[in-house]
Design a protein around this ligand. Sequence first.
Ligand code: 7TS
Length: 429
Amino acid sequence: MDRTPASGLLPKPPAEVAFSAARVRADFPILGTTERGKPLVYLDNAATTQKPTAVLDAMRGYFEEYCANIHRGAYAMSAKATDAYEGVREKVRRLINARRTDEIVYVRGTTEAINLVSHSWGLKYLKPGDEILITEMEHHSNIVPWQIAAQRTGATLRWVGLRDDGTLELEAFDRLLTPRTKLVAVTQCSNVLGTINPIVEIVQRARRVGALVLVDAAQSVPNMPVDVQLLGCDFLAFSGHKMCGPTGVGILYARRELLDAMDPWLGGGDMIREVRMEGSTWNELPWKFEAGTPAIAEVIGLGAAIDYLAGIGIARIRNHEQGLAAYALERLRGLGPDVRIFGPRLACHRGGVVAFTVGDVHPHDLATIVDQDGVCVRAGHHCAQPIMRRFGVAATARASFYFYNTEEEVDVLIDSLRRAREFFQGGAR
Ligand code: 7TS
């Protein structure tokens, strides 16, 4: 039955406080500074993001007020540190909607999370003849650990290729997916092309052949709502420093049954139940995978970052970034036909990452020139050399946005790129 009111007007959605990048910028001390005498325009957020005062304060608070090791002292200050550290697990659980906190393992970052899986799961369960399916758009940290695991176990690595628009060849994915496939390891959002991959669909297809799925969420958890139960994935990895948190802390999410069945990767303090001269037994989850004194202040900082992002709203962050990506694509295209943009045409199919080249100006030269104007962009292969080969370039420049970036900053980048092109092409004449 049609429930549209007779007037034809749908009920009004609830009023929302509009998001303002200008307002949140005040939370980031560094964003008010200058670089080479120009206001800092930080557009390298895919590499790492800036930190708000709330995160700096949380870490400083730990160091100044309750700096103690965790899980050991009976004294109150150690208990306070333990509570703060352990309390962050629940924040992470809620952020990605995991079922339980013991499915959340603290690691150093995405790279370590994937290496943990490749060692603890890969080396134990992969056999000769098994296949690991990855894609041509992976970051090196979702390639090299699988190459090492394949080498050690006799398993084979298979690759899903890319279409010209930077999306996955999903037809090839279906062909490559066979009962030999034991794991599909795929990024949710490419750090070069910006492509957002259809993870739900990939998981559904992988399930049909009984393969597990690892999602590299380094570029998605910071920028868009991610729900591991909705995705249905088995493993998910991300880094704190790309979401306003500090470096040195990241998360491996894994389904409990898998963590149970996996062996520890690192041995040492905290990960044991009992140590005898003839052998040791392991601690409960997730501590079985957390050997040694962890990054306590960093975990606490990550907790503050999650609170901060939740205060803004991850859906709003996604919305703002998509708008900036659309604006940047339009302005870059407007620069002229010698601008080559990599990845999907439409901003709704991509994250806040735009990689490009300008004529035959070397991307490093572009980045160096725009740096004179206070603009930070990355140039190089972005730790994704197979993408560079696929598209026949050695390097690209890349602007990557976060919720505190503005259209005015995109304008500064574009003006600066125009000057860079004039400088180099003028010089060549
Ligand atoms: N996966 C993706 C998709 C990434 O973008 C990165 C880092 C990683 C994994 C590794 O994360 P880490 O925190 O363990 O280093 N990407 C980038 C980048 O694009 N520029 O610098 C680092």
